[in-house]
Design a protein around this ligand. Structure first.
Ligand code: PMV
Length: 297
């Protein structure tokens, strides 16, 4: 990315704990070495151009990106800036692209803002994409690293080695809001599903210990268990299940969907078999990339 642009707002993957984090449980997530950078191209009229996503909107347009842009402009009380965003993150893939976009825009609208002020501004835009986001994407996008996140207490950095991951892209776009709403509905219809949330919380807690101990075998097993829990919660689909099985068969220590599910991305922990996993996904027609979890600002 060009050094003349603003700092990178990182994308993220959730290692363990998606969906349960919406209900107050902890999740482990980390920033990846992909993200969004913005630059102001003119002082007016207000316009947001994201060539990589074929997006070119004015704040009043009927488009989710336009609504987020409008929310950010009015919360920041800034002038009608024309902004260009550069990104190597796929949109709507569970990699935190909307939060990264909101952090990158917030940084050019209010360059003096940092920490919780910056995250609060970005949150006003992110809420236009997902009604009630847990906040994990925005926090990681701004701060980078790997952390334990809980809605009530925010992001607690985890001091551990950066984790090598293969990220597989299903190519199926989906809405996080729809997936979160679906889980809410299923929980209301069948309160016994609450036991799955408890199981996920246990996996996160054990995963935290495994990360601190550098025990990748255990972490991989926990990712596989988490995948089964997410399947039981109804957020996996045939495509993601096929990709996860392919990665496991190719020697991954662990593999699972990441983010809201229903499409988007999956991740595989395969420190010595990354190329094998990529090859297995490619044979099935899926793009993937290798990244290290824990990108830092
Ligand atoms: O798919 P993404 O990157 O939008 O991640 C969603 C993660 C959820 O836990 C399902 C929702 C949230 O707000 O944390």
């Amino acid at each position: 990315m060009s050094p003349s642009l603003g700092p990178i707002a990182w994308g993220k993957v959730i290692l363990l704990g998606e969906h349960a984090v919406v209900y107050g449980h902890q999740a482990i997530a980390g920033a990846i070495h992909r993200g969004v950078q913005c630059q102001v191209t003119a002082q007016a009229p207000a316009r947001l151009c994201i060539p990589a996503w074929n997006v070119d909107v004015k704040p009043e347009d009927d488009h989710p990106v336009a609504r987020a842009f409008q929310a950010l402009l009015s919360t920041a009380e800034s002038g009608p800036l024309q902004i260009e965003a550069k990104t190597d993150l796929p949109a709507a893939a569970g990699l935190g692209s909307s939060a990264a976009l909101c952090i990158a825009i917030a940084r050019v609208l209010c360059p003096q803002l940092q920490g919780s002020g910056l995250e609060a501004l970005a949150h006003s835009g992110e809420a236009c994409f997902h009604e009630d986001p847990s906040g994990v994407d925005v926090a990681l996008s701004a701060r980078g690293g790997i952390g334990l996140y809980r809605k009530a207490t925010g992001l607690e950095p985890i001091s551990c080695l950066a984790l090598p991951l293969v990220v597989g892209l299903s190519g199926v776009a989906r809405s996080t809001a729809d997936m979160v709403t679906g889980v809410g509905q299923r929980l209301r219809d069948d309160p016994s599903l609450e036991s799955i949330m408890q199981a996920i919380a246990g996996q996160v807690s054990e995963g935290h210990k495994a990360l601190l101990a550098g025990d990748l075998d255990t972490l991989g097993q926990l990712m596989n268990q988490n995948q089964l829990s997410l399947q039981a919660l109804g957020v996996c689909n045939d495509t993601l299940a096929q990709m996860v099985h392919a990665a496991q068969a190719a020697g991954a220590l662990g593999a699972k969907l990441t983010g809201a599910g229903g499409g988007g991305a999956m991740i595989a922990l395969a420190p010595d078999r990354q190329e094998d996993v990529q090859q297995a996904l490619a044979v099935l027609g899926y793009e993937s990339f290798i990244t290290t979890l824990g990108a830092n600002t």
